[in-house]
Design a protein around this ligand. Sequence first.
Ligand SMILES: [Zn+2]
Length: 623
Amino acid sequence: MSDYIVSARKYRPATFDSVVGQSALTTTLKNAIASGKLAHAYLFCGPRGVGKTTSARIFAKTINCLSPNDRGEACDVCESCVAFNEQRSYNIHELDAASNNSVDDIRELIEQVQIPPQVGRYKVFIIDEVHMLSQAAFNAFLKTLEEPPAHAIFILATTEKHKILPTILSRCQIYDFNRMEVADIVNHLRKVADNEGYTYEDSALNVIARKADGGMRDALSVFDQVASYTSGNITYAKVIENLNVLDYDYYFDLTESLLKTDIPRVMLTLNEILSKGFEANHFMGGLAAHFRDLLVSRDPQTLPLLEVAESVRERYGEQAARCTPKFLYGALRLCNDCDINYRASRNKRLLVELTLIQVAQLLQEEDAPGCGRRPARCLLPIFNPAPAKTAATGERPALQTESAAVQPVQIRNATAPPATAPSVALSSPPPQPTAPQRTVASGMNSTLLREKLKTVSLTRPPGTASTAASGTTVASASAETAAAAPRKELLAETFSFEQFIYQWMRFANELPPSNRSIAGRLKVMATEEGRISIENDAATGQPKAVALVENEAAAQHMRHVEAALTAYLRSTLRNDLLTIAFEVDTTKRIKKRAYSPREIYQQMLEKNDAFKQLAIALKLELA
Ligand SMILES: [Zn+2]
């Protein structure tokens, strides 16, 4: 065993071309050497184990080679190269600033700098982890770095570029080394394994490469460890066992259960994982990575970002096809929240369990309309949109809320004098059918809007108002009577959920002060998730908005404005088929807002019987 050399050393690249995954950098360096345009100081930045020191050594060897070949590489046969290869060259000095960071160490180095090389043309000084030099050492070094002798070249290497003083940075040519890609590392490991006569599975090498996180040195040392553990037969099963990596099968299975909202199965899988000794937060990190991988495998464009072995790619593609992007975004967000809260959480296991349950319920929310995040739903047109010219609707039906008019009547709004009522249409001709408020941002306040409408109305050419409905009409609940003015066709334009809510809010804002409580209720409905849903009626295809209220009394209360609201929305949304109903929430969809973890937990117990049983079986408790 005395001649055993670790792979990281044995397979350390000796030429620019063999440096893995940094071809852009090595080409630049080669070109600099070939053209003789050498700087006196270089700064190599990048994570550990990506080839900074290796490249520096190759650089030192190549610039001293007496007869470099036509590819710009060192010849490996001249006196200088042989000395380099036998590690007895005096033209290279390495200082590890992590352990030698004092002024004396730097002084010693500076003395060496003054001595010209015996063989070759340059002396190369490699200072590793240069950010570790003490302030005094830095200052001592600065002078030499500013005015080095012609034969001296400094290569400073660091993993933490931000710690390098600007005075140093400005004197160096800076090269940024990238983290290596998994595929590059796997390729290299394959070569090493072939060379050593090991048998291996690609998925096993992939696990090693991922574990190394972009560093070749780490990858090779893990590789050595695994190779000796498996006696040269590197299988996936043995690698995950040896490295204590969680099998990706778990992630696939768990995602499967989540997609089925099979919460008991999710909990049992989690239990199995934790009982194997895996940390819950590492597991969540892995799960988040799995969701991310699913997300990138959904789109051919992002597919290259998927860094997994060829053998599992298909599995990712297959599972990704059954996940909606919305589910994946939601799941990633929840995993991220869990990660953020993990440290502070007193019951970490419960936090993870809750997160998984929430992920599982993402799909339920998707299925149930009106629950979860409000979707930007667009209702399909039922008829072709009516020609704009015929659409002379009462642009701004004044509201006569108390009497809940069923038939068109002249405005005599008892609750609000005409002067203060929202009655722009009274004093000016109704605006053009292409009503501007359909495009205004929903944040615009009502007064502004009124002003705008007024302007539009006033700038209309005279005479076009002839077909206009009288703005004073209180529209009724039925489509037939809603428009007081002659209208040739029913309007059935599409509108988005946001537009609907926007007009709903405007209606609420324009209600007279005597209807403050109704206005308040309307606003709450519009702002709370899940309170209002719009569907196209299965039988007629007509858009039907359902607003949930807490109880029958509230429903009665709201029905006072139902007709006026319907008319208003039909008019402003330009869809005469729209119906609105206030329904008592029987399915408990109105959320009692849960804020604290205890409330969330309580709600989950109430909502999900399976979870409740599990909580009892596993004796789950909030700490
Ligand atoms: Zn040579």
